[in-house]
Design a protein around this ligand. Structure first.
Ligand SMILES: [Zn+2]
Length: 256
């Protein structure tokens, strides 16, 4: 699973000075929040912000402020973060006119009316990327969900096939789920499962999750050996982890 990955970046190598972490985790009650750290030469004071668009929590830190001071500030304001996150706008339903990030690219949902048929990817009247949904207007949400599941399944199956061919171990089964706590998992019997919401992220993120779970077919742990396998399969592993820490929560807003 992926949620524990943050710990890896907090373990300093013994000799080299450690670059600052990109984010830190702040606990409040039973919940925890990822806080993205941003150094700024212009900032005069520590500033916490919760983005209403993405749900991202950002701490801006003046250049000369010590990391420990910034960390203490974030932890002291855990209650404030929890309150702000709780007040974020709710879910975004799949409806006519709404833009959905299919493979990370905004696609406008267009209800085209006419005969009932599955939704498909195409172009809107202005030539922009769109999800075209024929048939009854009240089935738009359902049709878009079905399309996203199909696309997620196709992309994950292709990525898993590529990575399993590379490690030489077949996967037994791929299941799509809608889990909040993890993006993917691998059972001892070789069953892989993934969140369908990965289709809303840029392709390298989905590819990373496929590589991560396929690497578990070889190494059922998060050892150094496991990470070597993952990084060989997916050179953008660190970038993908960082993307998920920063934007992962936002993927859960989609769908009624
Ligand atoms: Zn894992």
């Amino acid at each position: 699973m992926v949620l524990s990955l943050l710990r890896r970046s907090l373990v300093a190598p013994p000799t080299r000075p450690q670059p600052e972490p990109a984010a830190l985790r702040v606990a409040h009650g039973t919940a925890s929040y990822d806080v993205v750290l941003k150094r700024s030469a212009r900032a005069r004071r520590l500033t916490l912000r919760v983005s209403s668009a993405t749900g991202e929590v950002v701490l801006t830190i003046p250049s000369r402020t010590a990391l420990a001071t910034a960390e203490r500030f974030a932890r002291d304001h855990a209650g404030w973060i929890a309150t702000r996150v709780a007040k974020l706008p709710g879910r975004i339903a799949f409806a006519d006119g709404v833009e959905v990030p299919l493979r990370g690219d905004p696609h406008r949902i267009v209800a085209t009316g006419g005969r009932r048929a599955p939704a498909r990817v195409g172009r809107d009247a202005a030539g922009g990327p769109a999800i075209l949904v024929p048939g009854d207007a009240d089935l738009v949400g359902k049709r878009v969900s079905e399309l996203l599941m199909r696309e997620a399944r196709a992309d994950l199956a292709a990525a898993v096939a590529r990575h399993t061919a590379a490690v030489g171990i077949p996967a037994r089964r791929i299941t799509l789920r809608d889990t909040r706590s993890r993006w993917g998992s691998c059972s001892a019997r070789g069953h892989l499962s993934f969140s369908w919401r990965l289709i809303l992220a840029p392709p390298f993120v989905l590819d990373y999750l496929a590589a991560h779970e396929v690497a578990h077919l070889k190494e059922m742990n998060h050892s150094a050996r496991f990470w070597r396998v993952t990084e060989r399969l997916c050179p953008r592993t660190d970038e993908a982890e960082a993307w998920l820490r920063r934007h992962g929560a936002g993927l859960h807003r989609w769908g009624a």
